[in-house]
Design a protein around this ligand. Structure first.
Ligand SMILES: Cc1cc2nc3c(=O)[nH]c(=O)nc-3n(C[C@H](O)[C@H](O)[C@H](O)COP(=O)(O)OP(=O)(O)OC[C@H]3O[C@@H](n4cnc5c(N)ncnc54)[C@H](O)[C@@H]3O)c2cc1C
Length: 516
C-alpha cells in the first residue's frame, strides 16, 4: 500500500514545528495537523542553551532568530540571608560549542520563525484548525481521525503537548518522578532596570540585569529572569495555603512584582499558576507512533530545559526516520529512539528536581543549612553541563557525548558551517578506512573532514578535545552527538562497520562491497 504521508505530526508547538522543518529538509512527505489557528501567543519557555542554537542553525533557522535572543551572563543564587550562595558566570567563557551557554528569548517569536521555515518545503503541509480526535494503528502505518476525515500515514509523531491525545490513544502512561510544586509565573514588559533587594557577596563585575537570579529565600522562593528587549520573567513559589486563583489576581501580582519594578514603568502581560512536576512517558514509541516534547516528558523549569529536551528528541528521531524512509536503514534503527533519549531526559529531570528541592526549602533553619552546604561546594556545574552522554544506542565505546562546535577559522566560522552537518568523520590528519567502512559512510552520506587540511583550530578546542579523548578520529551523528571515537584508522573503520550493522545497513553494505 502506498501511504500519502511518511510522517504526520500532531501538534505544531515548537517541538512539532522543529520536527517538521528537519523532516522537510530530509525530503520526507510531512503533514502537520494543529488544533489552533495561531501559535500560543504568550511565552512559556524563555531559556535555551547553546545546543538549541546549533540545532536551529542546522535547519537554517538561526539567522532569522538570532537578533531576537539575549545571551545571558549566567546564574546567581541567593540564600536565606540574601547573600550569594552560588555564582555561575558565563561572561568571557571559552565557547567550545560555538555559542554562549544560555540565551533568553520570547517563545511566540521562536514559534513564528519555526512555522515560517515550513513554507520552504513543498513536501510539508501545515493544516491549522485541525484537531485530531482518533488514532488507530494499522497493519501498515496508522490512521488518524479529524472530524469526518481520516488520514493514513506511515508514521505518527505526537508532539501535542502535556495533555497529549496521541499518548492517551496509544495507552501510554506517565512515570511520576515525585515532584509537584505550585508556582506563579509572571511576564512583564519593563522599561528600565529591575530593582534588587540589598544583596551581599555579588561580584563587582556581575550585572544583575543580565543574570538569571534565583532567590532561595524561604519566605518566598522566586526566580527573576532577563528577557530579550524589555521582557522580564518572574516565577514565585506559592506558599502552603495560598490559592491559585487568588494569587493570579492583578492586585496580588502587582504587589509581588512591585518591589522589583519600583523605578520602572511596566506592563504585566500575563500571570498564571503552574504545577511544576517531573513526568516521563513509560513508552516513547508504540508501533508506528512516536511521542516527543511535552507529550513524552515534563520537567520542573529550573534549568529551562523542557522545550530543549523536545528539540533534542526530534533531532534524534529525524535522521533515523530519514534513513529508514530512504531504505538505507532497517526499521529497528527506530528502536534506539527511546533508549537514547529517555535516559538522558530522566537524568536532567532528576537534576532539575534536585534543584527544585534545594530552591523550594521553606524552613528557615533548613535553608540556612542548605546555604552553608552550597557555599562549601566546589563542583559547580551549569545546566548545559548536565546533558549526559547517550549511554546506549548508535554509539561506540567512549562516544555518545555532544561534539563541540568551535571556531575553525580566524573569522569565527564554526565547525558545523565547514562540515555542513549530517554524518561527519573528522580526523586530525588524512586517513583512509577499509572499503567496507567506506561503503557505510557512503550510505550515510557522511563527509570526511580533516582538521589539518580543511580548517584551523584558532582557539585550540579541537586539539584539546582530541587530546582529552586520546583520539585522532571522531564520527559525529546528524544530531551532533559522537557515534565513534578512535585513536586509529583501522579501529575507527571497525567501529563504523559495527555501527552500520547496528543501524541495519549490513545487508546493503555486503552487497556494495561485493560488487565494488
Ligand atoms: C512556566 C514555564 C516555563 C518554561 N520555561 C522553559 C524554558 O525556559 N526553557 C525550555 O526549554 N522550556 C521551558 N518550558 C517548557 C516549554 O514551554 C515546553 O516544553 C514546550 O512549550 C513544549 O513544546 P511542545 O511542542 O512539546 O508542546 P506545546 O507547546 O504544548 O504544543 C503542543 C501543540 O499541540 C497542539 N495540539 C494539542 N492537541 C492536539 C490535537 N489533538 N490535534 C492537533 N493539535 C493538537 C496544541 O494546540 C499545541 O499547539 C517552560 C514551561 C513552563 C510552563
Amino acid at each position: 500500500m502506498t501511504l500519502e504521508w511518511d510522517v504526520t505530526i500532531v501538534g505544531c508547538g515548537p517541538v512539532g514545528a522543529y520536527a517538521a522543518n528537519l523532516l522537510g529538509q530530509a525530503g520526507l512527505r510531512v503533514l502537520v495537523l494543529e488544533r489552533d489557528m495561531a501559535p500560543y501567543a504568550l511565552p512559556r519557555a524563555v531559556h535555551v542553551d547553546h545546543e538549541m542554537l546549533r540545532l536551529l542553525e542546522d535547519a537554517d533557522l538561526l539567522a532569522p532568530f538570532k537578533d531576537k535572543l539575549l545571551a545571558g551572563d549566567g546564574h546567581l543564587h541567593i540564600g536565606a540571608d540574601h547573600g550569594v550562595i552560588r555564582y555561575l558566570s558565563a561572561v568571557d567563557k571559552a565557547r567550545a560549542f560555538g555559542y554562549a551557554n544560555d540565551y533568553f528569548f520570547y517563545q511566540p517569536e521562536l514559534e513564528e520563525v519555526l512555522r515560517a521555515g515550513l513554507t520552504r518545503y513543498p513536501n510539508v503541509t501545515l493544516r491549522l484548525g485541525q484537531e485530531v480526535t482518533g488514532l488507530e494503528i494499522m497493519d501498515e502505518g496508522a490512521r488518524l481521525t479529524l472530524g469526518d476525515e481520516t488520514i493514513q500515514t506511515r508514521w505518527v509523531l505526537g508532539t501535542d503537548g502535556a495533555r497529549s491525545m496521541v499518548r492517551k490513544a496509544i495507552g501510554v502512561q506517565l512515570d511520576d518522578l515525585n515532584f509537584e510544586e505550585p508556582w506563579l509565573v509572571v511576564d512583564a514588559e519593563v522599561d528600565g532596570p529591575i530593582s534588587f533587594p540589598d544583596l551581599t557577596g555579588v561580584p563587582e563585575n556581575a550585572n544583575l540585569q543580565r543574570l538569571s537570579v534565583m532567590m532561595c529565600d524561604p519566605s518566598r522562593p522566586a526566580t527573576i529572569v532577563p528577557g530579550r528587549g524589555n521582557h522580564r520573567r518572574w516565577e514565585f513559589m506559592l506558599l502552603p495555603g495560598e490559592d491559585d486563583v487568588q494569587m493570579s489576581q492583578p492586585e496580588t501580582v502587582a504587589a509581588l512584582v512591585e518591589p522589583w519594578v519600583q523605578n520602572a514603568p511596566h506592563r504585566i502581560i500575563r500571570a498564571a499558576t503552574y504545577r511544576f512536576h517531573g513526568l516521563v512517558a513509560t513508552d516513547w514509541c508504540v508501533g508506528p507512533v512516536f511521542l516527543a516534547g511535552d507529550a513524552a516528558h515534563q520537567t520542573p523549569p529550573f534549568f529551562g530545559q523542557g522545550m530543549c529536551h523536545g528539540m533534542r528528541d526530534v533531532a534524534n528521531l529525524a535522521w533515523k526516520l530519514a534513513l529508514v524512509s530512504g531504505g538505507e536503514a532497517d526499521t529497528r534503527l527506530l528502536d534506539t529512539y527511546q533508549p537514547e533519549r529517555d535516559a538522558q531526559v530522566r537524568h536532567v529531570i532528576g537534576k532539575a528536581i534536585d534543584a527544585g528541592q534545594y530552591i523550594c526549602v521553606l524552613d528557615p533553619v533548613e535553608a540556612q543549612v542548605r546555604d552553608e552546604r552550597v557555599r562549601a561546594q566546589s563542583d559547580i556545574r551549569t545546566a548545559a553541563d548536565l546533558i549526559a552522554p547517550i549511554a546506549s544506542g548508535i554509539t561506540g565505546k567512549g562516544a555518545g557525548e555532544r561534539f563541540i562546535n568551535p571556531a575553525v577559522r580566524d573569522d569565527g566560522t564554526l565547525l558545523d558551517s565547514v562540515t555542513g552537518g549530517g554524518w561527519v568523520l573528522l580526523s586530525r590528519s588524512e586517513m583512509t578506512v577499509t572499503p567496507e567502512a567506506t561503503a557505510v559512510l557512503a550510505q550515510l552520506g557522511a563527509r570526511q573532514v580533516v582538521v589539518s587540511r580543511d580548517m584551523s583550530d584558532p582557539e585550540g578546542h579541537l586539539d584539546a578535545w582530541f587530546k582529552a579523548h586520546q583520539a585522532d578520529h571522531v564520527l559525529v551523528r546528524p544530531d551532533f552527538y559522537t557515534a565513534a571515537v578512535s585513536a586509529s584508522a583501522s579501529l575507527m573503520g571497525d567501529e563504523i562497520v559495527r555501527l552500520g550493522r547496528a543501524m541495519g545497513l549490513g545487508q546493503s553494505i555486503s552487497t556494495k562491497v561485493a560488487s565494488s
